[in-house]
Write a protein that binds this ligand. Structure first.
Ligand code: ZN
Length: 197
């Protein structure tokens, strides 16, 4: 490469970079938001970040308790991931969390359990099947970027941290231990959380 073409390249790089990144970012965000809205049938009007930098889209303005509990769940996830010598996707900013409307407030045992209703798919006919859909505490939406959906909580924020850690387990395994991910991704075949010790 001669000097002249290198200059052109640098010039192009400097010109394009500041503009293309935000556009690419918002395109990825739009794909994620569409997927989250398709699955939950909610509208995610609020966007913010947790104190430690995880991205959040929500149906209502998230409380600081919700945001801090998301951070606490990710902190637990990263701790257990490091213990297993995993190194990929262990930054808060790697994660996008959607906070959806709870489709139920209590579980079958009448305990506080804000969950989302999602299409049954591979859970059809299993113990989880509620007639074409299942209730889930959370669900992975995408692996790159790392995204999942949980339900809005007004109390029992410890549960928020747990759900975040548990959905995050699938994503961390996907990037760090694919074989183990494949074995543990589908709970209709048995097995639950925590997966990582
Ligand atoms: Zn799971």
């Amino acid at each position: 490469m001669n000097k002249f073409s290198l200059q052109i390249l640098l010039l192009l790089f400097l010109t394009i970079t500041p503009f293309s990144n935000p556009q690419a970012q918002s395109r990825v965000d739009n794909i994620l938001i569409n997927e989250a809205e398709r699955i939950t049938r909610d509208t995610f009007t609020f966007s913010t970040e947790t104190p430690r930098g995880a991205h959040v889209f929500a149906v209502n303005k998230p409380t600081s308790k919700m945001l801090n509990s998301i951070d606490a769940g990710l902190a637990d996830l990263f701790t257990v991931a490091l213990r297993n010598n995993y190194s990929k996707r262990l930054n808060y900013s790697d994660y996008t969390i959607f906070i959806a409307k709870a489709d139920r407030g209590k579980n079958n045992a009448n305990q506080y359990s804000p969950d989302i209703a999602i299409g049954a798919a591979q859970y059809a006919g299993s113990v989880y099947d509620q007639g074409g859909f299942i209730y889930a505490a959370g669900m992975v939406l995408a692996f790159s970027p790392c995204a999942f959906v949980i339900a809005e909580h007004t109390k029992d924020f410890q549960r928020v941290s747990e759900v975040v850690r548990f959905e995050g387990e699938h994503i961390v395994l996907y990037h760090n231990h694919r074989k183990h991910y494949n074995k543990t991704a589908d709970h209709s075949q048995g097995g639950g959380h925590p997966i990582l010790q």
